[in-house]
Design a protein. Structure first.
Length: 493
């Protein structure tokens, strides 16, 4: 019996569940929780992979593979279909698991290399994800970063030149697809000129018609031609484009602009409906109804598995009352049914070489440290989900021949102190305090920054205000990036 026939025979409750993307949960040993299995039994069609960031579990890559295999087997036994299992992998698989896979720099670094580097990076990331049971990568970011006040896109963008963003996003898409993983271009119709983080509030963005069409929409024809499987919508409002509602809930943008004008025929998935741009204004049920009615095929509600049953109760009521249209939903079910990863089409290339570190103060001398000497690193911890960089720093120290330890203040017994910026858009207030303490200290100190560098003159970042020796490494999630940054600051004798 065909997939379409099976779907048509299911109750609408299970068909609605197929259009949801929800969280998965792991128990203390890294296995799917009873609630996660319950969400599978309800027929949920897509999951965010296991939540292993900030979790004190060894061998997380292996556990992720076993976790994903378990939820896929449960779904196949119950429904005879394999759920989509997605991951953000903006600097490699470790972006989601905290360890494992091939470390790559953020797109900002890739955007300064030949496009072949982005294709190779995409292939490596895709290979790692497939090998560990993921089927869907929420990449590439195709936002064109056009504001200095950008609070969220930062180094996640390939840059601020739409032609270059298009070239690299298409290459990254090709690499992912060659590895056999599904792809997702985000965030339509462009989040790169917002000055509010949609995780925290609702951005209202004023842009001209020329900027809208010639800049922010410009990369989409390239990634569509490259075969991108899905597109993720953004939670922004564009009043100058006649939109008074957020783009995720705007049928004109999803259906007319994305599908008719740009010719995209794949799956449209919303950005997380748990983000405050949405959740401050809508209930979970209302958010899903709005997203599906606007033309999204998958509602990324990102709720806990235990909330799925109550959510489906509300969606059934919405369907029975006529708030959800069967014909509209059937279109989405058909598209989602066709969204399946293909077999890898080629062997992975060798890892590309990245010139990741860029010295901002070349006239400053390097910090001289004896081999085996002690180097302290300041790192801002932000709640229980923060993944401390202990393993990465230990690895970097081993490569350089120094002893690296975390410390929020310069230590008198250390030969050198480095402030590590973990944001994607520049120093936080706490990190500024770390830098100030380092600059006042008698311990030789330097700063590794993660601010984005733009290719347009008016967007040059103001990181030179730091008076300590300073290297902008774009982001510190990647071990190769951190290694090159620290190597350019330290002279090990």
């Amino acid at each position: 019996m065909s997939e379409g026939t099976r779907m048509a025979d299911l109750p609408w409750r299970q068909r609605l569940a197929r259009l949801l993307l929800v969280l998965s949960e792991a128990d203390s040993e890294g296995r799917p929780t009873r609630e996660t299995y319950g969400a599978i039994d309800e027929g949920v069609g897509a999951f965010h992979g296991p939540p292993f960031l900030g979790v004190d579990l060894p061998e997380r890559p292996r556990l992720a593979a076993e976790f994903n295999r378990s939820i896929r087997a449960r779904s196949m036994d119950t429904w005879e279909f394999s759920p989509l299992i997605g991951a953000n992998a903006e600097s490699g698989m470790a972006y989601s698991t905290g360890m494992g896979g091939t470390d790559i720099p953020y797109p900002e670094v890739l955007g300064e290399q030949p496009a072949s580097a982005s294709r190779a990076a995409g292939h490596r990331v895709g290979r790692d994800l497939i090998e560990h049971g993921y089927t869907w990568c929420f990449q590439p970011v195709v936002d064109v970063r056009l504001t200095h006040e950008d609070p969220v896109i930062g180094v996640r963008a390939f840059g601020s030149d739409p032609t270059r963003v298009a070239e690299h996003a298409a290459a990254f898409t090709e690499g992912l697809r060659a590895a056999g993983v599904l792809t997702c271009a985000k965030h339509f119709p462009g989040h790169g000129d917002a000055s509010i983080d949609s995780h925290l509030g609702l951005p209202t963005v004023h842009r001209t018609d020329a900027d809208h069409h010639d800049v922010h929409l410009a990369p989409y024809p390239a990634v569509i031609a490259a075969g991108v499987d899905s597109v993720m919508t953004a939670h922004i409002v564009l009043p100058d484009q006649g939109q008074q509602e957020i783009a995720t809930f705007a049928p004109d943008l999803v259906n007319r602009t994305l599908r008719e004008t740009l010719g995209f025929t794949g799956v449209v998935v919303s950005d997380s409906l748990r983000m405050r741009a949405v959740s401050q204004r809508f209930t979970q049920v209302d958010a899903v109804v709005q997203a599906l009615n606007a033309g999204n095929d998958i509602a990324n509600i990102k709720c806990a598995p235990a909330q799925v049953s109550a959510l489906l109760d509300g969606l059934e009521q919405a369907f029975n009352s006529g708030r959800l249209n069967a014909e509209r939903l059937t279109q989405s079910l058909d598209r989602v049914g066709r969204l399946q990863p293909s077999a890898p089409s080629e062997a992975p290339p060798a890892p590309p070489a990245y010139d990741a570190a860029r010295r901002l103060r070349p006239n400053r001398p390097a910090l001289v440290v004896p081999r085996g000497g002690r180097v302290t690193v300041a790192f801002e911890r932000r709640g229980p989900d923060t993944e401390p960089p202990d393993d990465s720093l230990k690895w970097v120290g081993q490569q350089l021949g120094v002893d690296v330890h975390l410390s929020s203040v310069p230590a008198a017994e250390a030969e050198a102190h480095i402030v590590l910026c973990r944001d994607q858009v520049g120093l936080s207030e706490v990190e500024r305090d770390f830098v100030a303490a380092a600059e006042r200290s008698a311990t030789p100190s330097a700063v590794l920054l993660a601010g984005p560098r733009s290719t347009t003159e008016h967007l040059q970042t103001d990181l030179l205000a730091v008076s300590a020796p300073c290297v902008d490494v774009f982001a510190i999630v990647s071990r190769p990036t951190a290694l090159q940054g620290m190597a350019s600051l330290l002279e090990v004798t």
